[in-house]
Design a protein around this ligand. Structure first.
Ligand code: SAM
Length: 221
């Protein structure tokens, strides 16, 4: 567990940021697109059991919960999960769980679909294959997966501070208490995404908006 945590993200950053996290959903220039995404994404999960990966404060969980038959939403940070639990979503349908997305618990179960919101961009390129292996162990063949993430937009996105030899890009982020963190944040092209999904996926559909991209696919048998 420790290995995955230190390699994948700075968990301290997300825990420290939990209380102010949802401010990213208030950027004025993004409101129209976000409303469009709130209209389009949750119905993808109508009547399906959903494994939500890295659910954070449960921002998307609350909308998906209106459509899904059941949601198991996991995140590694107890602090973001506390915010998610405070949303008081229907406990008959939604359960929140601490888990490492890179090593999901074996007894998690098998789901009909998965949603990964703003998670893909934080996975080091060299770990994508392992992540897909971990995720797909818990998805039935043909299960529907939706990945939603950011496009890089000059002037609106936090600038990229450096690129590693593996091709991962980083941003320097400051929280309201003045603390600074370097965060891995990748902005893959459609072509890169298709290559990364490779034989894991079929019926892949990519949609790019101005600020966001999302990719839908079915888990290959
Ligand atoms: C950018 S946030 C996305 C939150 C949420 N999905 C949303 O769209 O609002 C990334 C989340 O990944 C979580 N995270 C980081 N490393 C993780 C890991 N190894 N396993 C599961 N969650 C992790 C963080 O705690 C954080 O909540």
């Amino acid at each position: 567990l420790e290995r995955a945590v230190t390699e994948v993200v700075d968990l301290a950053y997300y825990s420290a940021r939990a209380r102010e996290y949802e401010r990213i959903y208030s950027k004025p220039e993004r409101q129209v697109e976000l409303q469009g995404l709130r209209d389009v994404i949750p119905p993808c999960f109508s009547d399906l059991s959903v494994l939500e990966v890295a659910c954070g404060t449960g921002y998307w969980t609350q909308y998906i919960a209106n459509f899904a038959s059941a949601i198991c939403a996991v995140d590694l940070s107890a602090d973001t999960l506390a915010m998610a639990r405070a949303k008081n979503l229907n406990p008959d349908r939604v359960r929140f769980l601490i888990a490492d997305a890179m090593a999901l618990p074996i007894d998690l179960g098998i789901f009909e679909s998965s949603f990964c919101g703003f998670w893909w961009s934080h996975i080091p390129r060299t770990a994508i294959f392992d992540f897909l292996g971990s995720l797909h162990l818990h998805l039935a063949p043909g299960a529907k997966v939706v990945l939603l993430d950011n496009l890089y937009v000059e002037g609106s996105s936090t600038p990229i501070s450096r690129q590693s030899d593996e091709g991962d890009t980083y941003q320097l982020r400051q929280l309201s208490d003045g603390s600074n963190y370097e965060v891995l944040k990748n902005f893959p092209t459609e072509q890169e995404l298709r290559i990364q999904l490779g034989a894991h996926a079929r019926r892949v559909k990519y949609t790019s908006l101005q600020y966001y991209w999302y990719m839908e696919y079915e888990v290959a048998a």
